[in-house]
Design a protein around this ligand. Structure first.
Ligand code: SF4
Length: 469
């Protein structure tokens, strides 16, 4: 049994990260024969991509995918720690699985993985109160899943394997991609920024960048397989390569990925600290790097930003924002936290000022949610929940106004759209513009997976309507 330990997780060492290759032993290859699995995913794109790996590993063991948990022999919850809400949802799901196991399927095997599995308190709670959970594995143990599952099936005991110290980078983990045209490609793991509110540096470990050759090989294969878009993933992609002993960095990687000829390149998430002028020049130079940047600001108050440990001021952010806006046709989205401890009305008003300056094309806004074990958890909270809710409401009114204005600017334009599939609106297709705006339009299903021209005919706050040209 290997349990998570925050002290270990916080340590950053100079040990060289080795590369190893995934493989499984023939002796366990059939443990899934005639059995079905179901994976429920919470949280960000990193988790969605981990789920693509989990599914492929299970299918190598000859499991088949079930439509839902009721139909499955093995259910895995791939969890998220970023906010209390995500925690509650996962524990709520565990409650439902308990009933399922007690009332309908006593042989059901339940596993928990993802960021919550790296939290000391969560694992302690699972061991004490959720004894019906069969196995827990951490984010650094993903590639051990076949062996952990095999042990849980064989021993019928609760198996817990969570390394707190990040391991090496494992290449060749199989992947069952959720989409035939758009793919996620991890370019790095972990984060060394330690923003004071964030649990990620503890749950995902120190920054480890993948070798550029492995990344380019993966993108070249996607090109060959007809993929239209890659999203380069990492907690702080702009810091890519900072852990190498050479000068190769995100600017170089973006250029090399663009040169593969994949029609669309995106990347996320960007910490403003590491966004270089060189990256901006590369984005301008290659039309297949999409002019859509997610640049989380979190607050418009330099005082609050300092307490958040973000390493930039409001003025630094605006300077970078202005430079990014020199990219033709670019859209910028952001994340904003309201009610961070010590945020007072004047600080919040500075956030509104910044929003009114930047007029973001999209924004994800949240009320601060303290995460156990982070420095921000211990800061004095200066506002009540009612004040925080009121601020969120005021902020949302303003950001929504700018989303609509941003969409209205598109009216009458003809845009390139990568067609995802049928829209939620009956009889229509949907897809995303190069600037990452959702558009619904009439068109034939033969267009799915292609990049097509669509004229924008209507603009709403959250989406556009259009007509294929
Ligand atoms: S850069 Fe992002 S992932 Fe890293 S600590 Fe800050 S908020 Fe968390």
């Amino acid at each position: 049994m290997q349990l998570p330990d925050y002290k270990e997780a916080r340590k950053r060492n100079k040990e060289v990260v080795e590369k190893e290759y995934y493989s499984i032993d023939d002796s366990i290859i059939n443990i899934g024969l005639n059995k079905k699995y179901y994976v429920k995913t919470y949280g960000c794109q990193m988790n969605e991509h981990d789920t693509e790996n989990i599914k492929a590993m299970l299918e190598q063991l000859n499991f088949t995918e079930a439509l839902d948990q009721e139909d499955a022999d093995v259910v895995i919850l791939n969890t998220c720690s970023i906010r209390e809400n995500a925690h509650n949802k996962a524990f709520g799901m565990l409650g439902r699985l308990k009933h399922l196991k007690e009332e309908k399927n006593k042989d059901l095997i339940i596993g928990v993985c993802g960021c919550m599995a790296q939290e000391e308190k969560v694992v302690e709670e699972i061991m004490k109160k959720y004894k019906y959970v069969n196995f827990v594995f951490g984010t650094h143990n993903l590639h051990h899943l076949p062996y952990i599952l095999n042990e849980a099936l064989k021993t019928k005991k609760q198996v817990i394997e969570v390394f707190s110290k990040e391991g090496n980078i494992t290449e060749d983990i199989p992947v069952k991609r959720a989409n035939r045209y758009k793919a996620f490609v991890n370019i790095m793991y972990g984060c060394d920024k330690f923003c004071t509110y964030c649990i990620v540096p503890y749950t995902r470990g120190k920054q480890r960048s993948r070798d550029k050759d492995d990344i380019i090989k993966e993108v070249n294969k996607l090109v060959k397989d007809g993929y239209q878009e890659v999203t380069l993933l990492g907690q702080n992609v702009n810091a890519y390569g900072k852990d190498f002993n050479n000068d190769y960095n995100m600017e170089n990687l973006l250029e090399d990925v663009a040169k593969t000829g994949i029609p669309r390149v995106r990347f996320m998430t960007s910490h403003p600290w590491d966004f270089t002028d060189g990256m901006i020049e590369v984005i301008k130079k290659y039309p297949n790097i999409m002019p859509s940047i997610h640049l989380p600001v979190q607050s418009g108050s330099s005082k609050v930003l300092k307490l958040m440990g973000r390493r930039y001021t409001k003025e630094d952010y605006i300077k970078l924002f202005d430079k990014i806006k020199t990219i033709p046709n670019v859209t910028v989205s952001t994340d904003i936290i309201v009610g961070f401890p010590s945020e007072e009305e004047e600080d919040f008003e500075e956030t509104l000022e910044l929003v009114n300056y930047c007029k973001f094309d999209n924004a994800y806004t949240f009320i601060f949610s303290p995460r156990k074990g982070t420095p921000a958890e211990k800061l004095e909270d200066k506002s009540t929940l009612k004040e925080k809710e009121d601020r969120l409401h005021r902020l949302n009114e303003i950001v929504n106004k700018y989303f609509l204005e941003s969409n209205q600017k598109m009216l009458g334009k003809v845009v390139d759209v990568l067609v995802d599939g049928p829209s939620e609106k009956e009889g229509l297709l949907c897809g995303y513009t190069d600037t990452n705006k959702l558009i619904n339009f009439e068109g034939d299903s033969s267009l799915i997976g292609k990049i097509v021209k669509v004229e924008v005919t209507d603009a709403k706050t959250w989406s556009l309507d259009g007509k294929a040209k």
